[in-house]
Design a protein around this ligand. Structure first.
Ligand code: E4P
Length: 217
């Protein structure tokens, strides 16, 4: 399973990259705003900065909600850097734009996916990635992981190559469960990735090894 970090914070992206396990980055307009990145030129520069830190795919989301606008913005984003993946909302024109970009060989990420039917449409339109938002489904008392499982089942039935990018991951158990269900990618915060490191028995065991080493030396 690929690990993407879901942030526009350059320090956190560097930290995850330094860990050696990072395969890419996802951003969205809210994450960019959270870092205080505003205005067209600053936003475009920030995407390039992110691409220069990581080796893998970097999702950059369009703001337009009409087909022509999405195509125009997506082309400008794709021209920025070869690692850019055009992120499109799961709406009618987003699916049309996804088909346009996949026919051109431009990578896409269909975002804001909350149902198996939406994921099926995204795959039919040739999306590179489909992003079911598991945390936001959990937030409204709906099993987000079940959606990942449904999409896996449907994609496997027909050999769709669209990668399931489990998004809105909030904690380490989401990552582990996504891995069990066969998600191709997960995107989450640095805290969830680093949470995978932790086990008290590791800390206790290491402390004991070091203590015993000191006794004999
Ligand atoms: C995915 O690409 C989105 O940026 C993200 O995962 C949304 O997560 P949230 O529900 O924690 O905002």
């Amino acid at each position: 399973m690929k690990f993407f970090i879901d942030t526009a914070n350059l320090d956190q992206i560097r930290e995850a990259q330094d860990l050696g396990v990072l395969d890419g980055v996802t951003t969205n307009p809210s994450l960019m705003a959270k870092e205080g990145i505003t205005g067209h030129d600053n936003i475009m520069k920030h995407y390039v900065d992110i691409c220069n830190i990581v080796d893998g795919d970097v999702s950059a989301e369009v703001i337009a909600t009409d087909y022509d606008g999405m195509v125009r913005e997506g082309e400008a984003l794709a021209d920025l850097h070869e690692q850019i993946v055009v992120k499109l909302p799961m709406i009618k024109d987003g699916i049309k734009a996804c088909k346009y970009f996949s026919d051109k060989g431009v990578k896409t990420n269909v975002t804001l996916v909350f149902s198996a039917g939406q994921a099926l449409l995204a795959a039919k339109a040739g999306a590179t990635y489909v992003s079911p938002f598991i945390g936001r489904l959990d937030d409204i008392s709906t099993d987000g992981l079940n959606l990942v499982s449904e999409i896996r089942h449907i994609y496997d039935n027909y050999g769709f190559e669209t990668q399931i990018l489990a998004a809105s991951v909030r904690h380490t158990m989401h990552i582990i469960d996504c891995a069990k269900l066969g998600a191709d990618v997960m995107t989450g915060p640095l805290s969830a990735i680093e949470g995978l490191l932790k086990h008290p028995l590791t800390d206790i065991g290491l402390a004991k090894f070091l203590e015993d080493f000191k006794k004999g030396n």
